[in-house]
Design a protein around this ligand. Structure first.
Ligand code: UDP
Ligand code: MG
Length: 333
């Protein structure tokens, strides 16, 4: 347990996932360290290079030569931000872990406030996005559609949520040790664990360097993971579709019977076409929804590690295990 009588003794880990951030990572590290140095706590910075192609890891390693607080690890390919975050959490040795982006969109200036909340006894401090004025219309629309869908269906409030968080060691241990899930939705899990939680609002400023790293496909993948891992509500949509079909069928049946009693010919062809098309699409949608859950189960059952590490720099264990360069995610602590 953390003892606040000696705040000097606690260690705080800052975990920064980075994918092709070579351009801005040096500046970001500098800014973050300036704040951390001022705060007076002992800290380590862990940059998790998520399979960058632009020399992000090399940049971090070069900076690390004269900067003992800086540690880096490189994943063997782009596993995605969720995996990179997990890798960072697993490598972190701090009494608290702060997760933040490498593009300074999560203002380092908020860290002292987070630390103060932690000191008050909060186990999770969420950074809450106030607005996204800096992003363009399309990005904003995408983010709000994504959030709306998740909060309506997922039953978790993800509106304005971000990956800028402080987690106490207790929570980090729950997430890395007690949750066997391979595909995670960090934002949701940090809320799910419970404990004392609080949030601090911040404004999202424009990216300092480079471009956003999310492709549309990656965003959909994240949405699907978030939904499927947090709720079975979409499965209920299948039942609702069934009920809608039933109601529709009853109306058509009544109409058909009525025409038959009156001795009129039923307008058969178009009815059949419409019925077939509606039924067909309902069945396809239902299969898709069920399929998502089966896919999720399949992914989990395969039990592959969520990420692989090819290189690490600056960690104590590395000197001990020099040469042991290739290791599966969960084994690293
Ligand atoms: N990121 C990552 N792996 C990816 C995509 C992004 O580690 O596959 C990192 C990226 O380098 C950045 C953070 O996740 O530090 C947020 O990414 P980005 O700024 O592109 O997203 P947004 O600000 O739109 O949430
Ligand atoms: Mg960003």
């Amino acid at each position: 347990m953390t003892s606040w009588n000696n705040f000097i003794d606690v260690l705080v880990s800052v975990v920064i996932p980075a994918f092709n951030e070579a351009e801005g990572i040096g500046h970001a590290i500098g800014e973050i360290q300036r704040v951390m140095d001022k705060s007076g706590v002992r800290y380590e910075l862990i940059v998790v290079d998520d399979g960058s192609q632009d020399g992000t890891f090399e940049t971090v390693r070069n900076l690390g030569r004269s900067n003992k607080k800086l540690k880096g690890m490189k994943l063997s390919r782009n596993f995605g931000k969720e995996a990179a975050l997990l890798a960072g959490l697993e490598a972190a040795g701090g009494d608290a872990v702060i997760t933040m982006d490498a593009d300074l969109q999560h203002p380092p200036g908020l860290i002292p406030e987070m630390l103060a909340k932690w000191k008050e006894g909060f186990k999770v401090v969420h950074g809450r996005k106030r607005d996204r004025v800096s992003d363009n219309m399309l990005v904003r629309w995408r983010a709000s559609a994504f959030n709306y869908m998740l909060s309506r269906l997922g039953g978790i409030d993800v509106q304005h949520s971000s990956d800028f968080k402080l987690l106490d060691r207790v929570v980090v241990d729950v997430i890395i040790r007690q949750l066997p899930e391979k595909r995670r939705f960090f934002r949701g899990l940090a809320g799910w664990v419970g404990f004392e939680q609080t949030e601090i609002p911040f404004s999202v400023v424009a990216r300092k360097a480079g471009n956003g790293k999310w492709s549309m496909a990656a965003l959909f993948e994240l949405a699907a993971t978030a939904l499927v891992s947090f709720t079975t509500a979409p499965l209920r949509i299948v039942s609702v579709l069934g009920l809608v079909t039933l109601a529709f069928g009853m109306v058509v049946a009544a109409d058909t019977l009525w025409s038959w009693f009156k001795g009129e010919a039923v307008s058969g062809y178009s009815t059949i076409i419409i019925t077939l098309l509606i039924l067909g699409s309902f069945i396809m949608i239902s299969l898709g929804i069920v399929g998502e859950y089966i896919a999720k189960m399949y992914e989990e059952i395969k039990g592959r590690p969520p990420y692989l590490i090819t290189a690490r720099y600056g960690f104590k264990e590395d000197q001990a295990a020099a040469g042991d360069k290739f290791c599966a995610g969960e084994k690293m602590r």
